[in-house]
Design a protein. Structure first.
Length: 147
């Protein structure tokens, strides 16, 4: 499958059938909201980290297909990873959409589909919105302690 086909397939699949969609708003989770004014995307994420491992991510929001599908992919790719692994994957995702090819493709998994976003700089904020939200959530949990 070439990259453009992968890009369309992953975006459409995850937009139509989003993974981990819907928030529990329970005290077990740490919640972060971010928005992307340039496109009107609204993103909510919640995360549960236990013993340094991401146990569960839920996401919910509304906006364009790139931001919504990227949240679905993010919530799937990062689950089961340690905080350290997640930080590396998140950073690799940012580097990838900026155009850097020096990334660990294997750990990015389905998120590799967003490599094509580098051709559309206006959409980078759409693709990275949920990743910025979960990054903030992870760092807040690490600062304040796991729940
Ligand atoms: Zn957008």
């Amino acid at each position: 499958m070439d990259l453009n086909t992968l890009y369309r397939t992953v975006i459409m699949d995850n937009y139509k059938n989003p993974k981990n969609k819907g928030l529990t708003k329970s005290d077990d989770f740490h919640f972060v909201h971010l928005n992307n004014p340039s496109c009107g995307d609204e993103m909510n994420v919640e995360i549960k980290i236990k013993d340094g491992v991401i146990e569960k991510i839920n996401q919910d929001g509304h906006g364009c297909s790139i931001s919504m599908s990227s949240a679905s992919v993010m919530s799937d790719v990062l689950v089961g990873k340690t905080v350290e692994e997640a930080r590396k994957i998140i950073n690799d995702f940012y580097e990838m959409v900026k155009g850097n090819d020096n990334i660990d493709e294997e750990s990015l998994g389905e998120a590799l589909a967003y490599m094509g976003v580098r051709q559309f700089p206006a959409r980078i904020k759409c693709a990275t919105l949920s990743w910025k939200a979960i990054e903030q959530a992870i760092e807040e949990v690490m600062e304040n302690g796991e729940k």
